[in-house]
Design a protein around this ligand. Structure first.
Ligand code: HEM
Length: 142
């Protein structure tokens, strides 16, 4: 289930970017960044970057994560950052992923479900990334 959650967060990170303010002058590769510059790290673009994820970067392929995040990103830790990175990353990360796993398990123990033909794929950003028209599913009996 982690694979599916990770791949969903890769393609549709609820927060499309994270911000950092540079405290003191730093060198980033070839760049010298002065103090007080604000940097926006575009998680959404990074998650869709073919150089990092391959030519199929736009496809939903949970098996990318079958051997964990380090393997999926080839140890490029900044390639996957749905919860940010570093000492100020998301404090709710474990809570949110555990909740998603529990909720999905509770549903799947009772009903297999399939996507409704009425579903229209239209992710939008309105504070967070979300499905514009909701996600209609059909519950089946076990
Ligand atoms: C799928 C669900 C969630 C996602 C994708 C998410 C994502 C993020 C991201 C990207 C950041 C910025 C991290 C950074 O700047 O490096 C953040 C920060 C934060 N998140 Fe979440 N979050 C989620 C759920 C939650 C939940 C459930 C809580 C609380 C129970 C929470 C509390 C926080 C707090 C307090 C911060 C600020 C941390 C700080 O600045 O030190 N988040 N989150």
């Amino acid at each position: 289930m982690s694979m599916i959650i990770n791949e969903s967060l890769r393609l549709y990170p609820p927060l499309v970017s994270i911000a950092r303010k540079v405290g003191r002058v730093v060198r980033l590769g070839n760049l010298i960044v002065p103090a007080n510059v604000e940097l926006f790290i575009p998680s959404l673009a990074i998650h869709h970057e073919p150089q990092l994820w391959g030519q199929d970067a736009h496809l939903f392929k949970p098996e990318r994560f079958s051997e964990g995040i380090a393997k999926a990103t080839e140890n490029n830790i900044a390639a996957f950052l749905p919860f940010g990175l570093g000492p100020r990353n998301c404090v709710g990360m474990d809570y949110a992923t555990t909740e998603a796993k529990i909720a999905l398990s509770m549903i799947l123990q009772r009903y297999p479900f399939t996507l409704s033909p009425g579903y229209v794929h239209s992710p939008v950003q309105y504070i967070t990334v979300r499905p514009h028209h909701g996600v209609q599913v059909i519950l089946h009996s076990l």
